[in-house]
Design a protein. Structure first.
Length: 766
């Protein structure tokens, strides 16, 4: 925990905080405002001595986005070197409104779109307000911008040998309004609402059952209509009403701190603007929405075993879209040498071709660590492709693979070398890479090729790892045909999908925490997300496995994977029911591919995650801000997983008549419902005033989505419903658009291809 205060009045022991107290210099430039604030009030000329200052600048890169930057000492190394996030990777959007600035005797102001920042420059009155129109969003008020010294004697006459002795931190302490709630900060598995928590952003491989996270994203979304992004890959600490009960305290080590404040006003508006800043998700190919079947981790998977699983799935009419080979496709102690273990793959090319001839895509596990027994280790040493020590030697480690080194992705030559190994696998038949790990990145005695700060690289390394891998797939397969299955990520990582939720236990509690993690990640701009159906650690009992199947198939991406046991359904449920349950849910998912792919396109074009919390669609309904055991899949489908063997589920529906796509029943909201569902059902409800196009195929993801389709319409009087039908062959282009009108109790359709069946679900449910 990074806490600097003890109550309202005092700092913690051995801590000195230099708060921005009074503006001593202020200027309004054409597109920015700047003030220098003293850390003590100025009562007379002598107070300008021994008085450290904090410099604060406000500017705006685009409409409704403000950048606030502050520093104590200007010329420190920590403020001058990288790595840095790549912002606006697709270019700055064209402004609708110019930035305006002004200075009066009392205030410095900057306005961008609907957002205005005001800095109080009156004596002893330092304060920064952030407003949308006349509404105060948040502020940095009394003692809210501070430079912190810990473990130092700050007397000016005794520290000439080492003026930087001890720890140095910079902190912003943003006001929280009454009832304001905070969300996001990456894939976090604890309480969905972050108020009352200490959240520390530092990548670690900690599973899903703790406060540690694989995907730490320095962005949070507020129920008050704004988001906060801290553009640093450094360790960041958030005390969210956990130090000061009316504040979010944000602290980073060093001499400077910046933040972007992004005004919405709606959650989807905030995400659209945030993903313009950090990048939108690439559009994943349609085949990725099929079922992924894995070998699991420590199991044996020779050709006979793999074929037996695929034959078993075919016999049970369970369609498989992707087959994944986990770590042991390579020999132990050799990860990664990118060579199939000849013991299990005597003719790897032939074996992969056999899968591809059956229409199955192929995924293989990789990481960015090269063991010293790897055939390519010496290549990496000789080429200078690994992270080094200060003495010029390679930084090596034994925890995972013996003597492993870390690929230095700050070295362009190392990136090309690494990509050449992956390109050979693509040529062999591999379609997608599972980019595992990326969290265990060293910080001590480390030298990077480009001189990057090792502390900053710890969280950022995964961005370069995933980007390098994704770009070679794009080069080999073409735009919108590339996909990863990535575990670690930071801000901007959404550009290189898909991401999955790491290692959960095989329990209902882990299933629920997994959902919380996915919803939190989606609120950081990650459009697509998956998890290990049934849990990773342990062997799920039949009831849990079947409930997790339903949840997994109603996630954007669906994968069967485990640790020490296979996830073939007949091995986990001797009754055979799990076979039928899996077939049922995979079939249903493939039947709604037109709807899912349109949601995927919106994730790509607008930054709206496919899986999103209820409040993202219904921010006006105060109940939705508390819900974390249900979600919206796309704009129009509500999903409420069942978290127990008995089939009991309690869920909430907002206003209107919601239609059950599986049970054909109406639930009229607003209100809570308690129901019991068997393993073949759960609440999957169609929103009032919307429609879902259901295709006529349940065996593959890529087919003619118009041919023989049914349009399930949940009409509202007087509302025209527009349904786009995408074309997966043309990488997400809209093939056709239909419009549905509802007048005098009758549904009519315009623009539809002949043969689409119109189903009025309100009449069907009667």
């Amino acid at each position: 925990m990074v806490k600097f205060s003890k109550g309202m009045w005092h700092a913690t022991p051995d801590t000195i905080i230099r708060w921005a107290t009074e503006s001593v210099k202020a200027e309004a430039l054409p597109e920015s405002i700047r003030t220098v604030a003293s850390s003590r009030a100025i009562n007379h000329r002598g107070d300008t001595l021994n008085n450290p200052t904090l410099t604060i600048t406000a500017s705006s890169p685009s409409d409704d986005i403000l950048l606030l930057s502050s520093y104590h000492w200007k010329a420190q190394r920590s403020t001058a070197i990288g790595p840095r996030f790549e912002l606006y990777p697709d270019g700055l959007p064209e402004r609708v409104n110019p930035v305006t600035t002004a200075k009066t005797d009392d205030l410095l102001t900057l306005t961008t779109g609907e957002l205005t920042t005001s800095i109080n420059i009156r004596p002893k009155s330092f304060n920064v307000d952030f407003k949308a129109g006349n509404k105060l969003l948040t502020k940095l008020g009394w003692r809210s911008i501070g430079y912190v010294q810990k473990g130092t004697d700050a007397h000016p006459n005794t520290e000439l040998v080492d003026p930087d002795k001890g720890e140095r931190w910079f902190t912003y302490q943003l006001q929280l309004g009454v009832g304001e709630k905070i969300y996001g900060l990456g894939e976090r598995f604890g309480p969905f609402i972050k108020n009352g928590q200490t959240v520390e952003l530092w990548h670690e491989d900690g599973g899903t059952s703790s406060e540690l996270a694989y995907k730490n994203i320095p962005f949070y979304l507020s129920s008050a209509g704004y988001g906060i992004f801290i553009p640093t890959s450094a360790f960041v600490s958030y005390e969210i009403q956990s130090e000061r009960t009316t504040r979010v305290n944000i602290s980073v080590p060093g001499e400077a701190l910046s933040m972007y404040l992004i005004y919405g006003p709606t959650p989807k508006d905030i995400l659209s603007k945030y993903t313009l800043l950090t990048g939108r998700p690439a559009l994943v190919p349609a085949w990725t929405f099929g079922l992924w079947l894995s070998t699991s981790f420590t199991t044996n998977y020779d050709e006979a075993t793999v074929d037996s699983f695929l034959a078993g799935m075919k016999k049970r009419e369970i369609p498989v879209g992707v087959f994944h080979y986990d770590c042991f496709w390579m020999r132990g102690f050799h990860w990664c040498d990118f060579e199939f273990d000849p013991l299990y793959f005597p003719d790897a090319k032939k074996q992969l071709k056999s899968l591809k001839d059956r229409g199955i895509k192929i995924c293989v596990w990789i990481n960015s660590y090269i063991a010293q027994e790897s055939k390519i280790f010496d290549e990496g040493v000789e080429g200078g492709y690994f992270v080094k020590r200060p003495d010029g030697g390679v930084w090596q480690y034994d925890a995972w693979q013996a003597g492993m080194a870390f690929v230095d992705f700050t070295n362009p030559a190392a990136c090309k070398w690494y990509q050449s190994k992956l390109a050979d696998l693509v040529d062999l038949g591999v379609d997608v890479f599972k980019t595992d790990f990326g969290e265990r990145i060293p910080t001590g005695n480390v030298v990077y090729h480009d001189g990057s700060d090792p502390e900053l690289m710890h969280n950022y390394y995964t961005q370069l790892y995933n980007k390098t891998t994704f770009e070679i797939l794009e080069k080999k397969l073409g735009p919108n045909n590339a996909a990863l299955f990535a575990r670690s990520a930071t801000a901007g990582g959404q550009r290189f999908p898909v991401h999955w939720g790491g290692d959960p236990m095989s329990t209902y509690e882990a299933m629920a925490e997994t959902l919380r993690g996915g919803l939190s990640l989606g609120l950081c701009g990650f459009g697509y997300w998956a998890h290990d159906i049934g849990g990773f650690e342990g062997k799920p009992d039949p009831g849990l496995f079947k409930r997790w199947i339903a949840f997994g198939c109603m996630s954007s991406h669906s994968r069967l994977h485990g640790s020490g046991s296979f996830r073939a359904p007949w091995l986990l449920d001797e009754s055979g029911q799990a076979d039928r349950v899996l077939r049922h849910w995979v079939n249903f998912k493939l039947s709604i591919m037109p709807y899912l792919y349109e949601a995927a396109i919106k994730a790509h074009t607008h930054g709206h995650p496919m899986m999103r919390p209820m409040f993202a669609e219904f921010p006006e309904d105060p109940i939705t801000w508390h819900l974390d055991t249900q979600y919206m899949l796309g704009d129009n489908v509500l999903v409420a997983p069942v978290f127990n063997d008995e089939g009991d589920v309690e869920f909430y529906v907002p206003k209107g008549k919601w239609y059950g796509l599986l049970d054909h029943k109406i639930r009229e909201g607003p209100g809570y419902f308690k129901e019991k569902h068997d393993f073949f059902s759960m609440p999957v409800l169609l929103r009032p005033g919307s429609a879902v196009l259901m295709g006529n195929r349940v065996d593959i993801a890529e087919y003619d989505w118009e041919d023989g389709a049914s349009l399930m319409v949940n009409p509202l009087p007087g509302k025209t419903i527009k349904v786009n039908i995408p074309d997966w062959k043309k990488q997400g282009e809209i093939k056709s658009t239909v419009e549905v009108d509802y007048q005098d109790g009758q549904v009519s359709l315009k623009g539809a291809k002949t043969g689409i069946l119109i189903v009025d679900v309100l009449k069907r449910s009667q």
